[in-house]
Design a protein around this ligand. Structure first.
Ligand SMILES: C[C@H](O)[C@H](O)[C@H]1CNC2=NC(N)=NC(=O)C2=N1
Length: 98
């Protein structure tokens, strides 16, 4: 597992609409239809994170969820973060979030 450089992060973000960031971390706001759906999204993301042994920082404010991803052991963004970002997008979409 190696950190993505600036070009690597830029290329990854081009394939992850809604995500932004730099070589240190990437993040995305997810707007859930309501608070409890937001909590269910967090629960599903938690299960995916456990399965991948890779865990996002999560901020919950009513129905706005902010996910921030980095690979602590590498001190930056790796393909593990890109994969988890795509998984979060799929979970959010499944729950009707934007
Ligand atoms: C031992 C285990 O693989 C590590 O502690 C995992 C757990 N979850 C993690 N999550 C994140 N985001 N970065 C890590 O480096 C990390 N390391």
């Amino acid at each position: 597992m190696t950190r993505l450089d600036e070009d690597g992060v830029r290329a990854a973000l081009a394939g992850l609409p809604g995500w932004s960031g730099d070589t240190s971390a990437i993040s995305r706001d997810v707007e859930a239809p309501d608070f409890l759906t937001g909590i269910r999204i967090v629960d599903d993301v938690a299960a995916a994170a456990e399965a991948a042994d890779h865990h996002p920082d999560i901020d919950i404010r009513w129905r706005t969820l902010t996910f921030t991803l980095s690979t602590h052991s590498e001190g930056g963004v790796t393909s593990k973060d890109v994969d988890l970002a795509a998984a979060i997008d799929a979970i959010a979409e499944r729950h009707g979030a934007r």
